[in-house]
Ligand binder design. Structure first.
Ligand SMILES: Nc1ncnc2c1ncn2[C@@H]1O[C@H](COP(=O)(O)OP(=O)(O)O)[C@@H](O)[C@H]1O
Ligand SMILES: CC(=O)N[C@@H](CCC(=O)OP(=O)(O)O)C(=O)O
Length: 260
């Protein structure tokens, strides 16, 4: 089993939760890949530089100044700090973006009603997972920043949940994959204000009901879309749960929301 695990920005921003998550992640036996977000950190550093952040439908509008900020923050600061912290707990991590080894070529999102700027869309069929297999076989743990490239020299910003589902789908041709989205809630909640109202299982029909009841807002929407796209494209298991539950979600009882 290959574990493809995504950790969100709110966990990265919480030093104690991050440290215990990384220790649990390092303890996972066998091949594994980590994908990280960091949207909130990029927003904070952008503010310090006088570069304002704008989101539409959960995606950052990424103009020329913003792609430089996110390349520095995701590909540099966040990625290298996570790699160093993983090395400190015995995990032989190697930092990656989609440009490295051309693993994730993407296309700049075409301008329709909204111009997202330097945001990359991925076609899963174009991913090059050969270098990842070689790294995994060598005992390395790839750690991906949410960045892709257009193969003509331009870096592109891509939502971390999408990078995770795309890698999980492409790697499903070679491994049985469990994709786990780790964030700061115990799973998808029936009531966003009640942290204990976890929905244990969501399929397309329950998802449609939840959408109708309007209990899903913000970042949970793209996360669920990516989760369904993964389970419908060959990924064996998809879970959405708390970062503190990653140990049980990789060894024993499932905690959180199972997508099916
Ligand atoms: N029903 C819900 N269940 C869980 N989270 C929800 C729900 N509705 C809205 N959310 C929001 O979605 C957020 C998760 O999305 P996001 O911030 O993009 O996650 P990540 O940190 O993994 O990138 C949660 O922090 C929460 O505020
Ligand atoms: C295009 C786009 O929106 N990219 C995201 C990438 C970071 C991300 O996904 O971070 P979290 O997982 O912490 O939300 C952004 O810049 O916010």
């Amino acid at each position: 089993m290959l574990f493809v695990i995504k950790v969100g920005g709110n966990v990265i921003d919480n030093p104690a939760l991050l440290q215990s998550f990384l220790e649990d992640f390092a303890a996972i036996k066998g091949p594994k890949i980590l994908i990280h977000g960091g949207g909130k950190i990029a927003t904070r550093i952008g503010d310090q530089l006088g570069i304002e952040s704008n989101y539409v439908n959960g995606r950052r509008i990424t103009d020329a100044a913003t792609i430089d900020v996110v390349t520095m923050v995701y590909g540099g600061l966040v990625n290298k700090q996570l790699v160093a912290k993983l090395q400190a707990v015995g995990c032989n991590a190697i930092g990656m973006t989609g440009a490295d080894a051309n693993v994730i070529p993407a296309v700049k999102r075409p301008v329709k009603e909204i111009d997202y700027g330097f945001v990359g869309d991925i076609n899963t069929a174009n991913l090059n997972v050969g270098p990842l297999k070689a790294m995994l076989d060598a005992g390395l743990t790839p750690v991906f920043a949410p960045l892709t490239h257009d193969t003509h020299g331009q870096m592109l910003n891509t939502n971390a949940d999408t990078i995770a589902s795309s890698l999980a789908i492409a790697l499903s041709a070679h491994y049985e994959v469990r994709l786990i989205y780790c964030f700061e809630k115990k799973g998808v909640l029936r009531d966003a204000q009640d942290d204990n109202a976890v929905i244990n299982l969501i399929n397309r029909s329950i998802y449609a009901e939840l959408l109708e009841q309007k209990v899903l807002t913000d970042g949970i929407l793209p996360k669920l879309e990516n989760a369904f796209s993964a389970i419908e494209s060959g990924v064996k298991e998809v879970l959405i749960g708390h970062a503190a539950d990653v140990r049980s979600n990789t060894t024993g009882t499932v905690a959180g929301t199972l997508i099916c």
